[in-house]
Each structure stands twice: as structure tokens, then as C-alpha cells.
Design a protein around this ligand. Structure first.
Ligand SMILES: Nc1nc2c(c(=O)[nH]1)N[C@H]1C(S)=C(S)[C@@H](COP(=O)(O)O)O[C@H]1N2
Ligand SMILES: [Mo]
Length: 447
């Protein structure tokens, strides 16, 4: 088996010369080691976990014998700023505004660098952002949250009061309904950061909304919908059916990945609506009103409707259907050698758990079932991977997910047959990455 080498530089198309140089150096240093390691593995030799300092590996990289400064002298004291940061070598891993999106007065979307992440959790500092009217860092001691409408006693909570109540913590993905939206028109943005990066996954902590409604004496037999209202200048308002709230899944959340929410993600309070498009996850949450019909607000009548082929709009299509994307190899990366690669990516469904992911490396003619990394959780990202030996010829890599309801992620042809091509939201079609003979990976639409 040959060890393939991968240039994970999705930033190729962005001017980041310093970073590209770091990668080039790291690569030439590692080349011999990887070749040696795989030669040994192929010969059936066990590789010692730690090479003794003065023993040269039989077919190894002599750099192992040069003791660097960090092995011979004193390191730094504890990080004095009290809050850790990523290594300086990782400075190219950033969320970024898309080069393909027109920005008005200020950037309002930043995309998560999915191609650089492992597992399923998005580090909070890399969580995508979508602000309709900018973000705020609200003083939690001044923040108030109200529950009113069809309730016996309308209630106003402080953060202290909310945080005294029993809380739950759950892993869920959040995906903007407009994620992958540019691909409807065949725009083919360069990387999976931009095709799929309005997607993130965190462990959220908060109080089930049903608990707060019960505390206010909600009329649970006649109340059918709640209105959620945000406290920023966009007056974000969304209708959420009580069936979701009653299931206990909808959370009034203050925690994200073990700490308080980040300001850009709604600090100090946001609604978590598992499986539902991001817009309903109202940030800076200030009010929940219980009512008996959908509210038909601006954010669900003018925006977040789907233009269908017959010219009509589809409304209240909130659930994010089953979808997946290969994150490596993906657009902007380069395979430097033929040989072995672990094809890996993410799958998710707003209707429950991912059941199966199939991967094709020949543009959808043949499919193999990928491994799913556990735990597989409901309405949460699931990591998949598949072993692949690249023969150096052009290859089209795709993934197709299926969820526990039996729903199968559609091809572009299947999706367009129903939805046309003038939509913005809810594009869950199969993504294709073309690996060219040069090893460069490109976004293409196939099938
Ligand atoms: N108050 C408020 N809530 C909001 C928004 C907003 O602009 N204001 N944007 C919505 C949209 S469209 C999305 S996709 C998600 C984005 O959440 P994030 O910025 O934490 O990724 O928040 C939603 N909630
Ligand atoms: Mo969104």
C-alpha cells in the first residue's frame, strides 16, 4: 500500500502566502517518515510507538535524531492569559466570509472550515455565524426573558433565575436553511467551507422550553404554536409548533460546548430547535409567546420560503432533510500522490439519526457503504469514513446519506425535478468533488 499525501490547503484560492509556506516546509519534512512508516506497515513490521533517541529507524527520517530545542530546554510556564488558544501553526483554520457572497455594509455570514475539523463537534470559535443585524455582547445581568400569551401568569426571568432550574445538555447540529444555496444556480464555490460551512455542531445546555411554559401556567391543550423573538435590531421572530416543544427537545440554552454561549452565537440566551433550520434558533432570545395559530412573521412570509418551479412559494419548510458532504478530499485540497486516503465527511438529518452513508469515487456508478463513527446521535452530525486507494486518474467523489426514516439524500437531478433551480433554501443534494489528474480537487455538479 502506498501512502498518499494530502495538501490540506483549502486556502489556496485566498491570499495567505505565509501559511502556504509553513505547509510546504512541514510537508517536505514529513515525506520520508510517512513513506518509511507505510513501507514498514506493508512489510508487516510493528512500528515502535516511541523511537529510542539514539537508534536510527531502519528506513527512517534522520530528523528523528536531531533533538530540537523543545526536547533539551525548559518550556513556557502556564499560559498566563487564562484562556487557551489554538497553536500558532493552525492560524489558517478560520471561519471566513464567502468570496462568492455580496457583502453590503458589513459581513453577515461567516462559514465554518469543515475541511479542517475532526469528529463532530465544532469548536465554538469556529462555529459559523449568521447575523441579520450584527451581533452584540449583551450584559447577562441586564438580560430579561419573558414567557407570555396563552399562559395564566406571564413571567419574566433573569439569567440567574433561569440558571437555577434543572438543565439538560445535548449534541445537535445547526444548519442555516440557506446552506449550499449558491449551488442551486450552479455557482460552484471553491471549497466545502463555502458550499456547506453554514453548518456547525455543539453540545448545548439549557432548560427545556416546556418547563418554562409550565411554570407560567401555559394552556397546553389550546396553545398550538409559540413565537420566539430575539433581542437584536433584526427583531428576529419565528413560529415553532408546540408538538416540537412538547417533545422536550426545544431548549432555552445558555451553554455551548461546556461554557456560556459565545456572543456571536446569541449570548446569553438562544433557542435550540433540533432538526430545524438555523433561523428558528433565535439568538439573544427575549420572549416566547404561546398562541393558537402560526404567526406568519416577516421571517417566515417574505424570507425563508422556497420558490417552486410553478412560481408559487412553499412556506414553513423548516426541517433540514438528510444531507452529507465529503470534507476530505474536498474542493481546494490537493492529493500529492496516488495511494491510500481515508475519505471522510459529515452526515446529518433533521428527522433523527443517520442510518447509513454510501460513498462513490466514480461519480455515482458504484457505491460502497462507509463506516459511521459512534456515537450516532439524533439530529446531530455523524462522521463517516471510507478507505480508498487513488490510482492517479480523475475521480468524482460523492456521499449519499440515509436517515432512520428511510429517506435518501437526492441527486441534483432528483432535487431539481421537484424543486426547480431558482430556490435559495434547503439544498440537500449530493455534493460532487472532482479529483483531477494533477491531484487538485474541484467542486463540480455531476448527476
Ligand atoms: N436574534 C437573532 N437570531 C438569529 C439570527 C439573527 O440574525 N438574530 N440569525 C438566524 C439565522 S438565519 C441563523 S442561520 C442562525 C445562525 O446562528 P449562529 O450565528 O450562531 O451560527 O441564527 C438565527 N437566529
Ligand atoms: Mo440562516
Amino acid at each position: 500500500m502506498n501512502a498518499g499525501r494530502l495538501l490540506k490547503a483549502p486556502e489556496n484560492f485566498i491570499d495567505r502566502n505565509g501559511v502556504a509556506k509553513v505547509f510546504a516546509e512541514a510537508r517536505s519534512g514529513r515525506r520520508d517518515f510517512i513513506r518509511g512508516a507505510f513501507a514498514a506497515a506493508a512489510a508487516g513490521l510493528a512500528l515502535p510507538a516511541v523511537q529510542a533517541q539514539n537508534v536510527a529507524p531502519a528506513d527512517g527520517d534522520p530528523n528523528i535524531l536531531k533533538l530540537p530545542e523543545h526536547s533539551t530546554s525548559l518550556g513556557k510556564p502556564v499560559a498566563s492569559d487564562g484562556y487557551g488558544k489554538p497553536s500558532k501553526w493552525e492560524s489558517n483554520v478560520q471561519r471566513r466570509p464567502s468570496p462568492g457572497l455580496t457583502q453590503t455594509t458589513q459581513a453577515s455570514v461567516s462559514f465554518a472550515p469543515l475541511q479542517s475539523l475532526f469528529g463532530i463537534v465544532t469548536p465554538s470559535g469556529l462555529h459559523f455565524e449568521r447575523h441579520h443585524q450584527g451581533w452584540w455582547d449583551i450584559d447577562p445581568s441586564k438580560h430579561r426573558f419573558m414567557v407570555n400569551g396563552m399562559v395564566k401568569t406571564p413571567k419574566v426571568f433573569t439569567m440567574d433565575e433561569l440558571m437555577r432550574l434543572p438543565a439538560v445538555s445535548r449534541f445537535h447540529f445547526i444548519e442555516c436553511g440557506a446552506n449550499t444555496g449558491m449551488e442551486w444556480g450552479n455557482v460552484a464555490v471553491p471549497s466545502c467551507q463555502y458550499t456547506h460551512g453554514m453548518l456547525s455542531c455543539s453540545e448545548f445546555t439549557g432548560v427545556p422550553l416546556i418547563t418554562l411554559l409550565e411554570l407560567a401556567g401555559a394552556d397546553l391543550s389550546n396553545g398550538k404554536f409559540v413565537l420566539a423573538e430575539g433581542g437584536d435590531g433584526s427583531s428576529m421572530t419565528r413560529t415553532i409548533p408546540m408538538s416540537m416543544v412538547k417533545s422536550g427537545e426545544v431548549l432555552v440554552a445558555y451553554g455551548q460546548n461546556g461554557e456560556m454561549l459565545r456572543p456571536e452565537n446569541g449570548y446569553p440566551l438562544r433557542l435550540v430547535v433540533p432538526g430545524v433550520q438555523g433561523v428558528s434558533w433565535v439568538k439573544y432570545l427575549r420572549r416566547i409567546e404561546l398562541g393558537d395559530k402560526p404567526y406568519g412573521t416577516k421571517d417566515e412570509t417574505i424570507h425563508y420560503v422556497d420558490l417552486m418551479p410553478d412560481g408559487q412559494h412553499r412556506q414553513y419548510t423548516s426541517i433540514q432533510e438528510c444531507k452529507s458532504v465529503v470534507t476530505t478530499p474536498s474542493g481546494g485540497q490537493t492529493l500529492l500522490d496516488k495511494g491510500f486516503y481515508s475519505v471522510t465527511g459529515l452526515a446529518w438529518s433533521g428527522r433523527g439519526k443517520v442510518k447509513r452513508v454510501d460513498v462513490s469515487v466514480d461519480g455515482g456508478r458504484n457505491w460502497r457503504t462507509a463506516r459511521l463513527e459512534s456515537p450516532v446521535m439524533s439530529k446531530c452530525l455523524t462522521r463517516f469514513s471510507l478507505d480508498w486507494v487513488w490510482d492517479g486518474k480523475p475521480a468524482i467523489i460523492q456521499s449519499r446519506a440515509m436517515d432512520e426514516t428511510g429517506y435518501v439524500q437526492p441527486s441534483y437531478r432528483e432535487l431539481r425535478a421537484v424543486r426547480g433551480s431558482r430556490s435559495i433554501y434547503h439544498n440537500n443534494a449530493i455534493q460532487s468533488w472532482l479529483v483531477q489528474e494533477s491531484g487538485e480537487v474541484k467542486n463540480v455538479q455531476a448527476g
